[in-house]
Design a protein around this ligand. Structure first.
Ligand code: FE2
Ligand code: FE2
Length: 191
């Protein structure tokens, strides 16, 4: 079963509606997400360059978030948004179904992948009560590559201002967790 509990046991999403929304999203993400390695260039995630590696990278990002949440003292409702954003952040890594980016016949990362989930998952309409959270989840995903994000201005630090609100901090935080989970010199273990 490709559901939150069995694929991403590290994510403790307490808000039931949000949990259900993420669950529904996972049913429509591109199939390659579940099987592809974490890195197609071989530059990062050397440990996770195997079948299912991208899911392992996602889980490691969740582990990082769980350990590092105390840096910003994120509360449970903020962590709900963060866990959801992390689960979905790389689901469209190689583009949308039918238009996957390929190099020499093999799937490869699409530089614009942070921008695809908002549109690719729009058919999973969130209820009114979680609309604000879902919008923030997409904002976090769009900025998850930090200064390398496809639209640089989506990343709070690009504006050279202090991270003044919680949502900016959440974007920066997910970017950190993603980096921690992919850098060769940093080890994050899965239990
Ligand atoms: Fe990514
Ligand atoms: Fe990632």
């Amino acid at each position: 079963m490709k559901d939150v509990k069995s694929m991403f046991p590290e994510a403790e999403i307490k808000n039931e509606e949000l949990f259900n929304w993420v669950e529904k999203c996972l049913l429509v993400v591109p199939e390659y997400f579940w099987t592809m390695p974490a890195s197609t260039s071989g530059k990062h995630h050397l440990e996770d360059n195997m079948e299912g590696g991208l899911v392992r990278h996602t889980r490691k990002s969740l582990v990082s978030a769980k350990e590092l949440r105390y840096v910003f003292n994120f509360d449970d409702s903020e962590m709900d948004v963060i866990y959801s954003a992390i689960i979905l952040h790389d689901t469209f890594r190689c583009g949308v179904d039918g238009q996957e980016k390929k190099k020499d016949g093999k799937l490869c990362s699409d530089r614009l992948h942070p921008l695809y989930p908002r549109n690719g998952l729009r058919k999973i309409d969130p209820s009114e009560t979680i609309k604000k959270e879902v919008n923030l989840i997409f904002k976090i995903i769009e900025g998850h590559m930090g200064i390398w994000s496809p639209i640089f201005r989506l990343y709070p630090m690009s504006l050279k201002r202090e991270p003044i609100d919680r949502s900016d901090m959440m974007i920066i935080f997910v970017h950190i967790c993603d980096m921690v989970a992919s850098r060769e010199s940093i080890k994050v273990e899965l239990k």
